[in-house]
Design a protein around this ligand. Structure first.
Ligand SMILES: Cc1cc2nc3c(=O)[nH]c(=O)nc-3n(C[C@H](O)[C@H](O)[C@H](O)COP(=O)(O)OP(=O)(O)OC[C@H]3O[C@@H](n4cnc5c(N)ncnc54)[C@H](O)[C@@H]3O)c2cc1C
Length: 439
């Protein structure tokens, strides 16, 4: 049996999880004792939730186990910025307009699927069709705005270009020169959405939380080991993000990049009324890929995300959290000088599982052994549609979408350690330098 040594950890103060109204409700037990299931899905982020959910619909008589080392909402899926992005994004951009069109359709499909689950089950996750600003501070980065509008023209989708004073009135900060606003992006509390999706899973899915897999043996059946327990299953799906490497599959494909986020305390109603008069909650991504993501949330908090570190341990540490906190404070003060007294209540880190060519792992590794990983920073939509179509593949259902996904998800090779770390750190340093005032 292969030992699994690098395990997920909490990595800071998980703001979305702690403020989610669904925390404590998912009810998955710790796995103890011996169990047999038809399917075992390891990893209950958006990818695993979607795979288990769709497979349960396709195979209503099967018994499916969904396990996670943490509680649902504590993994990266509950730590992100809470954008469900409909359009191809700078972390996931493609050179080919035809590919962009298909990705756009798949993203829209994922949004619709999550929205249906949310509506049918009354999931309270602060879901809003708030749109998204793609914004530049530096004159130098206006070219990224122009290239984004070219992509949007190719997709024939609606957008607005806003600058100067008009932009300041929409955002409540004068920091940005120019932005492209696209209307169909969703903003939400990602921990609450993941928890809600878990609560809505069909009855033939059994959820085990706080249950790290500590050993794995592939075969017929596959066997997964836990502290004081074991699962045997005919079919195994790994949806473990960067931890997939630990399971001995898809070596030399992934780059585990940590990025960091902070969430302030809520502003008082009067302060928010003064600084953001008649301004609806908004979300903004930077025109530069290494720039800062910012949100004004419905409960009057400011969210900031930036800073990267490359972590082969698949964990971060207090020093890196401290460095990120300092950068977040600087980025926050530059955008909202009037809010100098507003503290961050939470600061945390999470892993963007990157691949070199931005394609994901979507793979049948052996008989009844499947894996999906490498969501390249857009895993809410991508994990949802890839998980859905992975389930269709497992159940033997063909479609054009599945064909497209299989053809376009072949991550390229990355060099072994220590070259991978050296290369990644140089690249992150270079990109952060170029992003300048966008951070
Ligand atoms: C700060 C930040 C901001 C981001 N912003 C956005 C955004 O706005 N929109 C967007 O779409 N994406 C965003 N992303 C990326 C997004 O969060 C990821 O792409 C997404 O979470 C990937 O989902 P997943 O299900 O594939 O992986 P994960 O969410 O990481 O799920 C994998 C699960 O596997 C579990 N696991 C791993 N090993 C084991 C084991 N041995 N035993 C049991 N369980 C195990 C983990 O605990 C984890 O819960 C952001 C990421 C970060 C860090």
């Amino acid at each position: 049996m292969k030992k699994i040594q690098r395990l997920p950890a909490i990595d800071g103060e998980l703001g979305w999880y702690e403020t989610s109204l669904l925390t404590g409700r998912t009810g998955g037990t710790r796995l103890k004792g011996k169990h047999q299931f038809d399917v075992l899905v390891i990893g209950a982020g958006f990818s695993g939730l979607s795979t288990a959910g769709r497979l349960a619909e396709l195979w209503p008589d099967s018994r499916i186990a969904l396990v996670d080392a943490l509680r649902v909402g504590q993994g990266t899926s509950g730590r992100n910025a809470g954008f469900i992005i409909d359009l191809p994004h700078n972390l996931d951009a493609n050179a080919d307009p035809e590919v962009d069109k298909k990705v756009y359709q798949l993203n829209r499909f994922a949004i619709k699927r999550l929205d249906n689950i949310r509506r049918q089950n009354g999931i309270d996750c602060a879901w809003q069709k708030a749109g998204k600003y793609f914004a530049a501070h530096e004159a130098d980065n206006l070219r990224h705005i122009n290239s984004f509008t070219r992509t949007l023209n190719g997709l024939n989708t609606a957008y607005e270009v806003i600058e100067g004073n008009a932009l300041q009135q929409r955002l409540g900060t004068g920091y940005y020169r120019k932005a492209v606003y696209t209307p169909d992006n969703i903003l939400m509390n990602p921990a609450a959405l993941a928890q809600g999706v878990a609560l809505a899973l069909p009855d033939n899915v059994t959820l085990f939380e706080n249950s790290p897999v500590t050993g794995i043996e592939y075969g017929n059946p596959h066997r997964a080991r836990f502290l004081g327990g074991e699962i045997e299953a005919k079919t195994l799906v790994l949806s473990t993000n960067s931890f997939g490497e630990e399971f001995g599959l898809f070596q030399q494909r992934l780059a585990p990049v940590f990025t960091y986020a902070s969430l302030t305390r809520p502003m008082s109603e009067s302060l928010a009324g003064r600084l953001f008069p008649d301004i609806a909650p908004w979300g903004l991504t930077s025109a530069h890929p290494a720039g800062t993501t910012v949100r004004l949330t419905p409960d009057r908090r400011i969210f900031i995300r930036n800073s990267f570190s490359f972590e082969t341990s698949l964990r971060t540490d207090p020093q890196k959290l401290e460095r990120a906190w300092q950068q977040h404070r600087a980025s926050f003060s530059a955008r909202f000088p009037e809010l100098a007294g507003l503290e961050f209540e939470y600061t945390w880190g999470g892993m963007l599982c990157m691949t070199l060519n931005h394609q994901s792992v979507f793979q049948k590794a052996a008989d009844s052994l499947y894996a999906l990983s490498g969501m390249n920073g857009v895993g809410v939509a991508k994990g949802t549609y890839l998980g859905y179509y992975l389930a269709e593949w497992i159940a033997g259902r063909d479609s054009d979408q599945l064909d497209f996904i299989r053809r376009n998800n072949q991550p390229s090779w990355v060099p072994p350690e220590p070259l991978r770390s050296v290369g990644a750190r140089i690249r992150l340093h270079y990109e952060s330098g170029k992003a300048a005032g966008e951070i």
